[in-house]
Design a protein around this ligand. Structure first.
Ligand code: ZN
Length: 80
C-alpha cells in the first residue's frame, strides 16, 4: 500500500467502515510509516472537533478537504 492509498482510507478507518482486509492492509502500512500515523492523528483530532459540535460524522466535504490537505503535506515532505 502506498501513502496515497493509506490516506484515502484513513477517514473510513476512523469511522470503522473498512472491511477486514482493507483494515489489515492499512494497519500494516501504519506500522511502518510514521508520517501516516501523524496523518491519522490529524484526522482523529478533526473528527473530535466535529463530534464536539454535535455531529455524528464528518461531512463529505470536510473529508475531501482533509484528504487533499494531507496529500499536499505528503508531497511537500516526501517529494517523488
Ligand atoms: Zn504512509
Amino acid at each position: 500500500m502506498t501513502c496515497q492509498e493509506a490516506i484515502a482510507l484513513l477517514v473510513d478507518h476512523l469511522e470503522a467502515t473498512l472491511d477486514d482486509e482493507q483494515r489489515a492492509r492499512l494497519e500494516r502500512h501504519l506500522a511502518g510509516c510514521a508520517p501516516c500515523v501523524a496523518y491519522l492523528r490529524t484526522y482523529r483530532r478533526t473528527r473530535d472537533v466535529v463530534a464536539a459540535e454535535g455531529r455524528a460524522e464528518m461531512p463529505e466535504e470536510m473529508k475531501a478537504r482533509l484528504r487533499a490537505f494531507l496529500l499536499e503535506e505528503m508531497r511537500k515532505s516526501a517529494p517523488g
